[in-house]
Design a protein around this ligand. Structure first.
Ligand code: DC
Length: 225
């Protein structure tokens, strides 16, 4: 049986970096479910589908194929056979993913893909509803969070590193808007699973967060033996 770790939490809490690093250290496969929603969002943007028109979006779903491959343990996301791992990382695609992930048919499309990966491999899977909906029997559930100010600061410095100037207040507001949408949608909202361990990364750097995730995995593995 595979060992499954679910990490959920708001945008910018450091889920993906911590999950990727911890997965490398633990020898697990890292599955970034946000990337799957982003690939679908990218398809809508590039094909001029109005992301606010649920019916129009759902009509297009049969034309969209999302595939995950792992090369040297790094996740690549394919949209209709094309590697879009880089192109999905923009703010605009993140917004499109946040809006369209609220549509039940979009979520249903990705459910089996996510569950099949967890069945086949030891995974650390990150997202918003992994512990509550996708893998309710995960061996370990972590709710990774950080204050909105810290998340905004991290995002600004990430953008600055890419040479993109960013205004702290604007970024902070975008983060709050995204939290609001992700937490208040009707289907699979961002929520802490009852049995999740809360990890606040506000005062931790990436290594410290990843180490804490790894420590929790080791602890849970020992409990299970
Ligand atoms: O983690 P991220 O920023 O890459 O996710 C982009 C959007 O996708 C996020 O705002 C909400 C949605 N998402 C989701 O609804 N469920 C998941 N399991 C992962 C992401």
């Amino acid at each position: 049986m595979s060992f499954n770790v679910a990490i959920d939490g708001p945008a910018g809490a450091g889920k993906s970096t911590a999950a990727r690093t911890a997965a490398e250290l633990a020898g697990f496969i890292y599955v970034d479910t946000g990337a799957m929603y982003r690939a679908i969002g990218l398809y809508f943007l590039e094909n001029d589908v109005d992301i606010h028109d649920e019916e129009a979006c759902c009509e297009k779903l049969p034309d969209i194929q999302v595939t995950i491959i792992h090369k040297d343990d790094v996740q690549h996301i394919l949209l209709n056979g094309e590697d879009v791992s880089e192109r999905i990382r923009t703010q605009e695609v993140g917004e499109a993913a946040s809006v369209t992930s609220a549509y039940p048919e979009v979520r249903a499309k990705l459910l089996d893909l996510q569950r099949d990966l967890a069945k086949a491999y030891d995974v650390i899977m990150d997202g918003r509803d992994i512990g509550t909906t996708i893998l309710p029997d995960a061996d370990l559930k972590i709710f990774l969070t950080a204050s909105a100010d810290v998340r905004a600061m991290r995002r600004v410095s990430e953008l600055e590193k890419k040479g993109i100037a960013a205004d702290f207040e604007t970024v902070r507001q975008e983060i709050l808007d995204r939290d609001e949408r992700d937490m208040n949608r009707e289907i699979s909202p961002l929520r802490k699973a009852e049995d999740a361990v809360v990890l606040d990364s506000s005062c931790l750097d990436i290594e410290e967060t990843a180490e804490e995730v790894l420590r929790l995995i080791r602890e849970r593995q020992q409990d299970g033996n």
